[in-house]
Design a protein around this ligand. Structure first.
Ligand SMILES: Nc1nc2c(ncn2[C@@H]2O[C@H](COP(=O)(O)OP(=O)(O)OP(=O)(O)O)[C@@H](O)[C@H]2O)c(=O)[nH]1
Ligand SMILES: [Mg+2]
Length: 585
């Protein structure tokens, strides 16, 4: 690091960083070797090579680590603009609540949504054909309420895993004859992890064996504070099938909404979330958007992930064309160039040019932080994480309590351990989503991971650890908390090449002309030089060229020029092995 002291007491030296920067450029800007930046990123759990781009937030915290204060060139301008906007004072207005219905299979989620929709649709014209767009608004005594028509906690948490929270209130449907079931528990934990209030609908009270009191007791045992017993969770007895108790349920949802004081600024350009999207054979890509802020208008230019376009037409949940949509309103829009991804955020841009360049920018992949125990460990030791969230799955119910208690006992003043969900059974996709959304990890005790969950965990970069001995499990969590768990790496062979020519470079340097026999020769690789099957030198590639052009990698069957840091003593027939450092869990 530069040990030149800043000239005055003005604080740390400043460095100007663009919104996206390669590791190499960042290292140059900070006047340190790229490997130092790479190592610092690893401590944050980010695996990035020299040529990979990182976003401004990552770059700026790294700059801070090296003693700099990061600024974007536009920052001054932007902060001035923010102040200006602040002066104009966002005019917040009340907005309708957005509700998601959750609950165990067959407890009546769909029946409830249908019942509400049938009696309270906002259809203005009689006979309007209601269509499924993934969300709808009901009108109750002149007040609007929005229901996400994609019931279930998996969809809810999938969105949250992608960084968007749309739900204000969860309606938990529990069949009064069946009581609390595994997915009821999951739904409660998912809602709690998202810090979303729950209103319980005790459904099927028309059934002769319905026992609402027993269900309330079960819910209380799970830690839900039931209103009648001094808590704040309301339980409303209903029969979705007979339409009984539904006005009471809606009234309670509005009460909770009033407590939450849900507000949004309906002025200005809209942003929000893609609820659902599909390809219509005749109309093309259709997407259901939920506006969260501002007002969406026909003709607006919208970007959602890699999809973008000008809104050509807009419909409400009854299929009626509309010109604008205010906060909490779901609309189906026509005009995006491709099928958007549900859960992606959308934003309105002032013109096509800016929209297009924003889409292009998003296309450079971001390195993903790996939420492994060891990376969490380093994030904890760097003070970036204060709470370690754990999803615990065990083989039998009896193992849950002792493990949970031991884990939670490990909480320190600085770092809390929180078991956000514990259940018996194999590790499922829903567990992975919950861990992803809560930036947590999954611990399996004597229990397997379902195949779908393994894939999803890879995609979501969620760490799953398996144990069969409790003390080992506790020990690892403890080490993680103390920030002591060091990541371990293995060298993975990525290619092999043979020296077929030797050229001078400069006065004393040498370049080997090599033929790549297997895999890939990589510029950013660790290399081993083998002579007669013995490793004679280990270092890094210093240059890789194909026909005088720098190359990041060269594939098998091709020739290239290779320089190696600190090594010139090439001989014909030497074998060069290229290795990639990989973290092992
Ligand atoms: N008696 C009675 N039956 C109900 C009531 N609500 C739902 N049912 C019945 O329970 C069954 C399941 O209802 P659904 O609404 O499909 O349940 P769900 O929660 O959407 O189920 P999944 O989507 O499969 O998770 C259906 O046969 C409904 O007719 C009710 O209030 N009373
Ligand atoms: Mg259903």
């Amino acid at each position: 690091m530069d040990d030149k002291k800043p000239a005055s007491k003005k604080g740390p030296p400043q460095v100007e960083l663009p919104p996206s920067i390669t590791v190499k450029q960042l290292a140059d800007a900070l006047k340190v070797e790229p490997i130092k930046v790479i190592k610092q990123l690893m401590r944050k759990g980010i695996m990035a090579n020299v040529n990979q781009s990182i976003d401004f937030d990552t770059a700026s915290t790294t700059a801070t680590d090296f003693g700099y204060e990061a600024k974007t060139p536009k920052e001054r301008k932007a902060s001035a603009a923010r102040k200006e906007r602040g002066k104009a004072k966002a005019k917040l207005s009340a907005r309708p609540p957005v509700v998601t219905v959750m609950g165990h299979v067959d407890h009546g989620k769909t029946t409830l949504l249908d019942a509400i929709r049938k009696t309270n649709v906002t259809a203005h014209e009689a006979g309007a054909i209601t269509q499924h767009i993934g969300a709808y608004q009901a009108l109750v005594n002149d007040r609007k309420i929005t229901f996400l028509d994609t019931p279930g906690h998996a969809a809810f948490t999938a969105m949250r895993a992608r960084g968007t929270q749309v739900t204000d209130i969860v309606t938990l449907v529990v069949a009064a004859d069946d009581g609390v079931m595994p997915q009821t528990v999951e739904a409660i934990d998912h809602a709690k992890a998202a810090k979303v209030p729950i209103v319980v609908a005790l459904n099927k009270i028309d059934k002769p064996d319905a026992n609402p009191e027993r269900v309330k007791q079960q819910l209380a045992d799970l830690g839900l504070a039931i209103e009648e017993w001094g808590g704040d969770t309301v339980c409303v007895p209903i029969s979705a099938k007979q339409g009984k108790g539904i006005p009471d349920l809606l009234e309670n949802l509005f009460l909770v909404a009033d407590i939450l004081e849900l507000k949004a600024d309906p002025n200005g350009a809209a942003d929000g979330v893609i609820i659902e999207a599909r390809l219509d054979k005749t109309k093309g890509p259709l997407a259901t958007l939920l506006v969260q802020k501002g007002t969406l208008k026909r003709g607006d230019i919208v970007v959602a992930g890699s999809a973008w376009g000008k809104i050509r037409a807009m419909f409400d949940d009854t299929g009626k064309p509309v010109h604008k949509a205010e906060p909490s309103t779901p609309v189906e829009v026509l005009g995006l160039n491709e099928v958007a991804k549900s859960g992606d955020r959308f934003m309105v841009f002032p013109d096509e040019h800016e929209a297009r360049s924003s889409v292009e920018k998003q296309q450079s992949p971001k390195p993903r932080p790996i939420l492994s125990l060891s990376s969490l460990s380093s994030q904890i030791s760097h003070g970036q994480i204060k709470e370690l969230n754990i999803v615990l799955k065990t083989d039998v119910e009896g193992s849950i309590e002792p493990i949970k208690t031991s884990i939670e006992r490990l909480s320190t003043e600085k770092t809390k351990t929180r078991v956000i969900h514990a259940a018996s059974g194999s590790i499922t996709e829903s567990d992975v989503l919950l861990a992803a959304a809560s930036k947590g990890i999954i611990i399996g005790f004597n229990t397997p991971t379902s195949p779908g969950a393994t894939q999803l965990a890879e995609a979501e970069a969620v760490a799953i650890r398996h144990y069969d001995v409790i003390y080992k499990l506790i020990e690892d969590v403890e080490k993680t908390l103390k920030g002591m768990l060091e990541p371990t790496y293995a060298d993975v062979l990525s290619g092999r090449a043979e020296v077929r020519a030797i050229f001078p470079r400069g006065k004393t340097g040498k370049i080997a002309g090599v033929y790549v026999a297997e895999g890939k020769a990589r510029r950013d690789a660790q290399v081993k030089i083998l002579r007669q099957n013995k490793v004679i030198y280990e270092s890094r590639a210093s240059s890789l060229k194909r026909f005088k052009e720098d190359a990041a990698e060269v594939s098998a069957g091709l020739e290239c020029g290779l320089g190696i840091e600190g090594f010139v003593d090439f001989q014909m027939g030497d074998i060069i092995e290229f290795y990639r450092r990989e973290r092992i869990e």
